[in-house]
Design a protein around this ligand. Structure first.
Ligand code: PBG
Length: 326
């Protein structure tokens, strides 16, 4: 009898869930939240439908909304009251993230992760301290080693505010090692680091840069974020971060880089995170708005694919919308 092998036998409604290889659950998801020190009102983020920047005094409410959906972890991004050349509001004890984290930790049970970067805090919008003449000469951008001290200081200030985990995202060489040392010296040797280890210079971050007001004022991030053409280099970045003490490795963006998620999964034994970034979110919303795609189904399929590729945890703007259906 041909065909003898009939995979369709295992696709009936009854057996499908039994043989399903991958599970997506609310406990895999982290919801990004934007807290804005420049506003007293919630401000809708146009390119990310359903997301808002909230004032510090509403951060606890915002996190409660996330928790009510079954998602237990948040990633806090801050928009500071002012910006300068060295991003000093990133590591101020009374900075927007520090104040927010203190409130969230005091009043909720959320697991609080903070993004550690300078681009929202520098007037020029780059992820660190700039070389002189950077504006005139785009080949000169971020001073790597000077930036390390500021990132370390930022991470320690987040730890002192009560954050549960820090997530450095600046693609500064040595950032994980510098932050690990800073945390250990300050008495936070138990605090885990989730490194944005493999972060590409991606056009899919567009909506986020509106949301967090972190677009570079000139030039681009090619000198520190990775070339989308590279795969071997991803493993090198991941290896360096593990050697420097990363507890979780992140790959970013998610959907266009599932091969990299798989590579990192296979080569390392630490948990792997995928960041389903703002552009991936905006894309599905835009198509769904026109009636071209089903939003919930495509969002679910995207996240499931990241799990299947090997991600253990996923940062996603869909977290709250999808959690209820899992
Ligand atoms: C900060 C940071 C960015 C994102 C997360 N952290 C912006 C960037 O690197 O340009 C992007 C997240 C998203 O697009 O959802 N460096």
């Amino acid at each position: 009898m041909f065909p003898t092998d009939r995979p369709r036998r295992l696709r009936t409604d009854g057996v499908r869930p039994l043989v399903s290889e991958t599970d997506l659950s609310a406990s895999d998801l982290i919801a990004p939240v934007f807290v804005d020190a420049t506003t007293d009102e919630r401000v809708a983020i146009e390119s990310m439908p359903g997301h808002e920047r909230v004032p510090v005094r509403e951060a606890v409410d915002r996190v409660e909304e996330v928790l009510a959906t079954g998602v237990e972890a948040v990633m806090v991004f801050g928009i500071p009251e002012s910006k300068d050349a060295v991003g000093s509001r990133a590591y101020a004890a009374d900075g927007v993230v520090q104040r927010t984290v203190r409130d969230i930790v005091a009043e909720t049970d959320a697991y609080v992760i903070t993004d550690v970067c300078l681009c929202e805090y520098t007037a020029h919008g780059h992820c660190g301290v700039l070389e002189d003449h950077a504006e005139a000469d785009p080949r000169l951008t971020v001073r790597n080693d000077e930036t390390l001290d500021l990132l370390s200081e930022t991470a320690v200030s987040h730890a002192q505010a009560g954050a549960d985990m820090v997530a450095p995202s600046s693609m500064t060489d040595g950032m994980v090692g510098a932050i690990r040392e800073g945390l250990d010296d300050a008495g936070f040797s138990e605090m885990p680091i989730m490194s944005y280890a493999v972060k590409y210079e991606s056009a899919f971050y567009g909506p986020f840069r509106d949301a967090a007001d972190g677009a570079p004022a000139f030039g681009d991030r090619r000198h520190y974020q990775m070339d989308p053409a590279n795969r071997r280099e991803a493993l090198r970045e991941a290896r360096l971060d593990v050697e420097e003490g990363a507890d979780v490795l992140m790959v970013k963006p998610g959907l266009p880089y599932l091969d990299i998620v798989r590579d990192v999964r296979e080569d390392f034994d630490v948990p792997v995170a995928a960041y389903n970034v703002s552009g991936e979110y905006a894309m599905l919303h835009a198509a769904a708005d026109r009636g071209w795609l089903d939003l919930e189904e495509t969002a679910h399929e995207s996240l499931l694919s990241m799990k299947r590729a090997g991600a253990d945890l996923i940062l996603t703007y869909f977290a709250e919308d999808i959690a209820g259906s899992l």
